[in-house]
Design a binder for this molecule. Structure first.
Ligand code: ZN
Length: 358
């Protein structure tokens, strides 16, 4: 992969503008230990572009790290290299926790290539693969099992209600293996009026519906990542009462595909910011954009890619990391504070937008 040279050293929330058109592979220099100590005390989140899969890296001020999903297999280490670039920018020499939401290849597929480049302390998942497709999902799970069997990383099977043993932020599991929270999170539990009008859809029997979803809090800042959790499972989380409450940042489920993001969920969450980890032709469905356009409280939709399908419904260009026809792999980067304020930087432009504490 080729990247603008300035990106290798781009400061996290720098407003500097990268020169474009300069292509160079970032040096794989050893991470500086000093980088792991964030002088600002900020939680940093890297929404890594894996072209319609997921790879989201959370790093606490103390340098504790959680990666949610690993992107795709193959592609000459493209996704592992992109994750590694974020990890090195954060000063990591190891990823403490890797959470696999489910066993589709755009989530678990990148595990072997990642492990070949950086050690992982602990893998977290929902347990056995439930999608016996005789194909790519079973294969992806089998390869992942081989990696676990090598014994170099610990392994946790998590279920709804569990609080993961990650220091510096609170990570609560809200869905997993088809089950969802049976109680409301602190401060949540109000009736959700949107349930009355939100369409009811049949059960989804794929691994998507098994996604391990998490709520992450850092002081007053609240983020939600449900992986590819499907429309039918969303209802169990927010109907008739909203067990999740409101969030500051929503990772739009399933890359913005229309099988997720029911109005019942989107209304309940009242997210200030939504980040869609779509590819140009994967996820980013028109109906999801329509739902988000009516989302109460939404200040900004950010996208990792412009969606070819969405046309004029795409968010403003300044909030899109990768325009149509490009594969530079620019990330979106969030820096959050315990008071609930945060900023998001578009790596392509170097420009950040700030969100004040509520
Ligand atoms: Zn996916």
């Amino acid at each position: 992969m080729r990247l603008p040279a300035c990106l290798a050293t781009l400061a996290f929330a720098a407003a500097a503008t990268c020169a474009t058109g300069i292509a160079q592979t970032p040096a794989s220099s050893s991470p500086s230990p000093t980088q792991t100590q964030s002088s600002s005390g900020e939680l940093k989140v890297y929404f890594v572009d894996v072209e319609g899969g997921q790879a989201t890296l959370f790093v606490t001020p103390q340098g504790e790290s959680l990666l949610i999903d690993t992107g795709w297999p193959g592609r000459e280490n493209r996704d592992a290299d992109r994750i590694l670039r974020a990890a090195h920018e954060a000063g990591l020499a190891k990823i403490d926790f890797v959470l696999i939401t489910h066993y589709h290849d755009d989530h678990v597929g990148g595990v072997p290539q990642l492990l070949a480049k950086i050690p992982v302390g602990t893998f977290i998942d929902h347990g056995p693969n439930r999608e016996l497709d005789g194909g790519v999902t079973e294969h992806g799970f089998a390869v992942y099992q081989q990696m676990l069997a090598a014994g170099k990383s610990r392994h946790i099977v998590a279920k709804p209600g569990d609080v993961l043993p990650i220091a510096g932020m609170r990570v609560t599991v809200v869905s997993g293996d088809g089950a969802v929270l049976d109680h409301a999170l602190p401060g949540a539990g109000e009736l959700n009026p949107a349930c009355k009008t939100s369409e009811i859809r049949p059960l989804d029997n794929t691994e998507n519906a098994r996604s391990l979803g998490v709520e992450i809090t850092f002081g007053k800042l609240r983020l939600l990542d449900l992986g590819d959790l499907t429309w039918d499972k969303e209802r169990g989380l927010v109907c008739p009462v909203n067990k999740l409450g409101r969030v500051d940042v929503l990772v739009v489920s399933h890359h913005g595909w229309k099988q997720s993001s029911s109005p019942a969920l989107i209304d309940a969450l009242h997210a200030r910011v939504a980040v869609m980890d779509n590819g140009e032709t994967k996820g980013g469905s028109t109906p999801t954009f329509d739902t988000l356009s009516h989302a109460p409280g939404l200040e900004t939709l950010w996208q990792l890619h412009a969606s070819a399908e969405a046309g004029t419904r795409n968010t403003a260009a300044e909030f899109i990391a990768n325009p149509l026809g490009t594969e530079a792999g620019f990330a979106l980067k969030l820096a959050g504070k315990r008071d609930g304020s945060f900023a998001i930087t578009n790596e392509r432009t170097g420009v950040a937008k700030t969100y004040r504490a509520r």
